[in-house]
Design a protein around this ligand. Structure first.
Ligand SMILES: [Zn+2]
Length: 128
């Protein structure tokens, strides 16, 4: 791949990241507002229970979105720093196909696979 082609790819990924960031920022703000302005009065336990479930689902989504936003910011910084596309675990280059699907990814496929299999082995454990 020539430097020019690489530049074009970087530009494309950067645009993808910026678009995704904007969408996520809107969603996070909306979900946060919804979670904060939760002043409904519930008349029975069933309503309350289903509202709690909805709330915890929204809370989980909100957390994931915030994490993705952090990854996007990190990826944008890396593009500027010139080390975009390196795996944070092993420093190998992440494949273009993988970056195309998710430009904010920080792990190469090998490290990702390893992480997933660890998660399955220790479902409730935290990663060090
Ligand atoms: Zn790796």
């Amino acid at each position: 791949m020539t430097i020019r082609q690489r530049d074009e790819l970087l530009k494309k990924w950067k645009n993808q990241l910026l678009t995704r960031k904007e969408t996520l920022l809107t969603e996070v703000k909306r979900d946060t507002d919804a979670l904060m302005n939760d002043e409904h009065q519930f008349t029975d336990a069933v309503d309350m229970a289903s509202a709690e479930t909805e709330k915890s689902l929204a809370f989980g989504k909100n957390n994931r979105d915030r994490q993705t936003l952090e990854q996007i910011d990190a990826a944008l910084k890396k593009i500027d720093a010139g080390n975009f596309g390196e795996c944070v675990q092993c420093d190998e280059l992440i494949s273009d196909a993988r970056l195309d699907a998710a430009p904010f990814t920080t792990l190469c496929i090998d490290c990702q696979t390893e992480l997933e299999s660890e998660k399955q082995r220790y479902p409730s454990g935290r990663n060090p």
